[in-house]
Ligand binder design. Structure first.
Ligand code: ADP
Length: 398
């Protein structure tokens, strides 16, 4: 079975065509600047160079059409025609409380996803546009929705309720939802498989440290807590997002700088995190590392503050689960940033675990990075959200 995996944003569309039987990625690509001048389609068939084409894409349907044309192109395509796409898996950001797992898309499901739009006004409508464009061009191909929030739906009330009037939950469903669920689920399962253990017997903390970042506590294979909240703004300090802060700061700074709530949220989402903390050096951990190495104090303190916050979350999830067997690092920073992992590891020796510097000296490989004899195993497991979406799509379409 060939599965087309689609991750559709407001002006971009990422995709992969995966042969689900062999788990080979046949082709992947990205459409950028949809609906804006200067559209760009990058297409990469397996084992070949990227092909970049500048084409305006007035809407998402045009972008999906370009993708389908590229996949079936006589020269650089990887399939003969559209009948070789057996199903489409769509990443959907917010499933609210309606979806605790992936589902086959029909009109009823689409309406239910639409009802979650006000919980993720930037992401969900864009995801739905992607679904509708694909349905228009491939009306007989089954489509599956895979939600970023679904894995976290097993959290107990004490983990997902905020300390605010209950009526806001009752009326508006204001609560912790969590994101990156596909990644947390995939990485927790791989952690258990890699260690040759049954996930039902394990307490695992997954640190998904990318540009966006979140931590989750997975007890017996079920998520019991996670650091992102109603929106992806809560929790860890991220590339450009603030993570946790005293909510009164919003009014204080808004008053001083004459900003609206919307403008303040823009600051907290786009100008904060390690970018803001480093006084504007960068949101990218590679740049920050280089700046810190060449003596930039603000970059150094930003990296220290980041690691400290990750360690505090790990500590709180050890408490939440009354123990931990494995702590796994994943995503761009977690998989590749040797010094960030080392800095976080320094806070974990109270758990009877220590990072082995030689083992930690790797990027993007499944491996144990703690010393032999450590009570808690520290690992790196590269995440693969697309493969996970493809597998879930196959499971629902068989
Ligand atoms: P996104 O949330 O956009 O998917 P990623 O998971 O791709 O983010 O993570 C991006 C982050 O990973 C960037 O800050 C980048 O600096 C970091 N990163 C990627 N590769 C490396 C590397 N080789 N060394 C250090 N940091 C890296």
């Amino acid at each position: 079975m060939n599965i087309l995996v689609i991750n559709c944003g407001s002006s971009s569309l990422k995709y992969q065509l995966i042969n689900a039987d062999t788990e080979e990625v046949l082709a992947k690509g990205l459409c950028e600047r949809i609906g804006i001048d200067g559209g760009m389609h990058t297409y990469q068939p397996k084992g070949a160079d990227k092909i970049k084409t500048q084409t305006d894409m007035p809407d998402h349907t045009k972008a999906v059409q370009l993708v389908l044309d590229a996949l079936t192109d006589k020269n650089s395509g990887v399939i003969a025609d559209l009948s070789e796409i057996d199903a489409v898996g769509h990443r959907i950001v917010h499933g609210g409380e309606k979806f605790s797992g992936s589902v086959l898309i029909d009109d009823e499901v689409l309406a239910a996803i639409e009802e979650c739009n006000d919980l993720a006004p930037l992401h969900n409508p864009a995801n739905l546009i992607g679904v509708n464009s694909c349905r228009k061009l491939m009306p007989n191909v089954p489509m599956v929705a895979v939600f970023d929030t679904a894995f976290h739906q097993t959290m107990p009330e004490k983990a997902y309720l905020y300390g605010i009037p209950y009526d806001y939950y009752r009326k508006y469903k204001v609560r912790r939802y969590g994101f990156h669920g596909t990644s947390h689920e995939y990485v927790a399962n791989r952690t258990a498989e890699f260690l040759g253990k049954d996930i039902k017997d394990m307490k695992i903390i997954v640190c998904h440290l990318g540009n966006g970042a979140s931590v989750s506590a997975v007890n017996g294979g079920k998520c019991v807590d996670t650091s992102m909240g109603l929106t992806p703004l809560e929790g860890l300090i991220m590339g450009t997002r603030s993570g946790d802060l005293d909510p009164a700061i919003l009014e204080f700074i808004a008053g001083k700088e004459n900003l609206s709530i919307r403008e303040m949220l823009n600051v907290l989402n786009k100008k904060s995190g390690v970018l803001g903390l480093s006084d504007g050096v960068s949101s990218d951990f590679r740049d920050l590392g280089e700046a810190a190495d060449s003596g930039n104090t603000r970059a150094k303190v930003a990296l220290e503050t980041y690691a400290y916050h990750v360690a505090k979350y790990i500590g709180s999830y050890v408490a939440a689960m009354n123990g931990v067997d494995a702590i796994t690092f994943t995503a761009g920073v977690g998989e590749n940033n040797i010094s960030a992992r080392a800095m976080i590891g320094e806070y974990l020796t109270y758990l009877g675990t220590r990072i082995d510097p030689a083992r930690n000296n790797i990027r993007g490989e499944e491996t144990i990075i703690s010393e032999d004899g450590s009570k808690v195993t520290l690992l790196v497991i590269p995440t693969d959200e697309e493969m996970s979406i493809a597998r879930q799509t196959v499971a629902l379409c068989k």
